[in-house]
Write a new protein. Sequence first.
Length: 203
Amino acid sequence: MPAPDGRSAQTAPVADSPLSGAGFYRFLRYGHILSSLLREFLESSFLDQISPYSLSRSQFCFLKLIAGNSELQVCELARCLGVSPAASSKNLDRLEEFGLVVREPSTEDRRATLLSVSQEGRQLVDEFERLKASQLAPVIEELGEDRTEAFCDLLRDVCLGMLERTTVAEAPCLRCAGYYRPNCVVEELQGECALKPRRGAEA
């Protein structure tokens, strides 16, 4: 129902809350805008630009994890990403069909199948990161190092504050999209990062 002043009624915080003013809605507004831009402008559209194949975001997650590890086993991949062996096999079939991933039997354990990225798969991941960096570089440069660091600190505090108040699903964490760093404070709250390197990345 419209509010008495003609505006659309909104569910607001308690009147005496420090977030009862315009700042609360401004935070939500720009938070949602940032989230949608990162997801669409920096990811979905980039895959369309660089890949001649119709890759889903989940398939690209598979490719990125394989690219970051050497001799990753098929069963390990499914566990890391928290998916069923059937779903893992389906995504791998597509990546192998596109010539982006190679499956080979292990020389040490004949029951194990090892995964590696092809040269084309490696180039696809690298091009994705280069394109993303080129689009973000002007924004970061305009902000400057000090403001960028301060902004990142604020983002970290907001993310941790929300995670501390969230019921975490029992599944590997994919929140960082593969930009893992050691001693990740989010990993301590969320659980094991699905996209962190398990062993030495391929050259």
